[in-house]
Design a protein around this ligand. Structure first.
Ligand code: NAD
Length: 239
């Protein structure tokens, strides 16, 4: 998005990571601001939007991307683990969309809100029930807010990636056990993808960029699946 001229505000719990991404954008001649934010903290949301607007003048796009996953069978997952996923993946997305839309409505000329769901929000996922439930909620939160905000020209869409090798896999191991044996082995992960390999982060970013752009001006309440064919059907690529 920075490469297309967007001025970017990045927030994350992880300061080192957020600062590195912002510095990378600035090093390539772009404009970016990072500050730490916990998306589950409602009290911090109005100030976060204000900081973005104070720096860049307006808010055109919100990408609700922060997410966590916890692997493990439902029968050993604690309510606390289940709720933690919902707090980040649903409450955080709800608040980011709500406070962004309030600012966009004030500006009066529309906007684009992009909620990160998953293929896990489109179908069940054994050993990822809490995550799947949260991502399914994001799918219908997106469609519901799309209906409410359509008359303001504020578009709301969800993105459904398949498998991308990012730190979320490493962090997903439940203290209670369960999950994948070798979650970061691209061959293991790739075997689940008809195209034969996990997606690259840029492949998801391209979809986000499209939804943010005027080229997607007639898309709202849509779900953009970028999954190398995972959800296309039950038959996997012959090995
Ligand atoms: N990697 C995949 O295979 C995959 C597949 C489908 C969907 N997704 C979704 O893509 C999004 C990005 O995930 P990723 O794969 O880049 O994982 P990631 O772990 O690399 O990135 C998630 C980021 O969210 C941040 N975060 C977590 N809790 C937070 C909080 N309370 N407040 C602020 N920031 C917080 C983390 O610090 C991290 O930087 C997530 O919503 C994830 O569910 C990922």
């Amino acid at each position: 998005m920075a490469g297309e001229g967007a001025k970017i505000v990045i927030t994350d719990l992880d300061v080192a990571r957020g600062e590195a991404v912002a510095a990378g954008i600035v090093a390539k001649g772009g404009e970016a601001l990072f500050f730490q934010q916990d998306v589950t903290d409602e009290a911090a949301w109005p100030g976060a939007i204000e900081m973005a607007v104070a720096r860049f003048g307006r808010l055109d796009t919100m990408v609700c991307n922060a997410g966590i996953a916890v692997f493990g069978p439902s029968l050993t997952m604690s309510l606390a683990e289940f709720r933690r996923q919902n707090a980040v993946n649903v409450d955080g997305v709800f608040m980011s969309a709500k406070y962004a839309a309030l600012q966009m409505r004030k500006q009066g000329d529309g906007g684009s809100i992009i909620m990160m769901s998953s293929v896990a929000g489109l179908r069940g996922s054994a050993n990822l029930a809490g995550y799947s439930a949260s991502k399914g909620a994001v799918r219908l939160l997106s469609k519901s807010m799309a209906l409410e905000l359509a008359s303001d020209g504020i578009r709301v869409n969800s993105v459904h990636p398949g498998i991308i090798i990012t730190p979320i896999w490493e962090k997903a191991a439940s203290p209670l056990g369960g999950g994948l044996n070798s979650p970061l082995d691209p061959q293991v992960l790739g075997a689940a993808v008809p195209i034969g390999k996990p997606s690259a982060p840029e492949e998801i970013a391209n979809g986000v960029l499209f939804l943010a752009s005027d080229a997607a001006h007639h898309m709202t309440g849509s779900e953009l699946v970028i999954d190398g064919g995972i959800t296309a059907g039950a038959i996997r690529r012959p090995s």
